[in-house]
Design a protein around this ligand. Structure first.
Ligand SMILES: *[C@@H]1O[C@H](CO)[C@@H](O)[C@H](O)[C@H]1NC(C)=O
Ligand SMILES: *[C@@H]1O[C@H](CO)[C@@H](O)[C@H](O)[C@H]1NC(C)=O
Ligand SMILES: *[C@@H]1O[C@H](CO)[C@@H](O)[C@H](O)[C@H]1NC(C)=O
Length: 213
């Protein structure tokens, strides 16, 4: 199944490389105006640690690369500038990746980052690997325990992910819940939808390892 999915992905990536219209519609200056999500994923995990322990690691820039690298195909995670951004209304309804920075101390902290995803299409034939470069921002509302993760990639995939943290078991544990909305080229939609849910659940099921549990 995996091999089939990966080969189909390679095919559609090669094929869609010719669809310039797709690339143009996904330029950074078109976000969020032209953001029309066509895949999604919703998942949650409970972590046997209190919110005050979990939030710094999964909710701020402190553990950002560590939790990105839990995704098996992710590598080369780097943090860039840390700035701030103003949002009209709640963070979970906002789009901040391309918003202008405001003076430190205002609004919400926003961490810029980049990483690479390497998608193996045929095991052993690494020259066929699809290498995807992603840029993004991670923004957090420390008071409401809600964060916003947004990325764009050079393969025309745009992702927006809202993460919420809620106490469980009278505060002994924490419910980490995520909603992903993403946009990808239409030819890749079925594969991306399938892969996104699989990868999302696999990654979140490893969050507990960041706490040594
Ligand atoms: C956010 O989490 C902190 C504990 O880290 C808690 O004190 C606070 O009440 C939470 N905020 C909301 C809005 O639930
Ligand atoms: C990521 O950011 C770098 C530096 O700003 C830029 O050169 C590159 O084109 C960006 N890549 C994507 C996929 O947006
Ligand atoms: C965690 O939060 C999500 C979203 O609110 C909810 O659907 C799920 O039932 C919660 N899990 C637990 C164990 O409370």
């Amino acid at each position: 199944m995996k091999l089939f999915v990966a080969s189909a992905l390679l095919f559609s990536l090669l094929f869609s490389a010719d669809c310039r219209v797709v690339d143009i519609s996904m330029r950074d200056d078109s976000y969020p105006t032209d953001f029309q999500p066509n895949f999604d994923s919703i998942f949650s995990v409970s972590i046997q640690e209190p919110l005050a322990t979990v939030f710094p690691v999964l909710g701020t820039n402190l553990g950002l690369c560590e939790h990105i690298l839990l995704e098996s195909i992710a590598s080369d995670c780097q943090v860039g500038a840390l700035d701030s951004v103003n949002v009209d209304g709640p963070l979970e309804d906002a789009f901040v990746r391309t918003a202008p920075a405001v003076p430190a101390g205002q609004g919400f902290p926003r961490q810029h980052f980049s990483y690479i995803e390497t998608i193996t299409t045929i095991p052993g034939l690494s020259f066929l690997d699809v290498v995807v470069h992603l840029n993004g921002t991670y923004t957090w509302d420390q008071e409401r325990n809600i964060t916003l993760y947004e990325t764009s990639s050079d393969k025309s995939v745009v992702v927006r992910k809202v993460r919420t943290f809620e106490p469980l078991d009278g505060g002994a544990a924490t419910n980490v819940s995520e909603v992903i909305n993403g946009q990808c080229p239409i030819l890749e939609q079925p594969i991306t939808q399938f892969e996104a849910r699989e990868a999302h659940q696999a990654q979140m099921n490893l969050y507990h390892t960041l706490f040594g549990i």
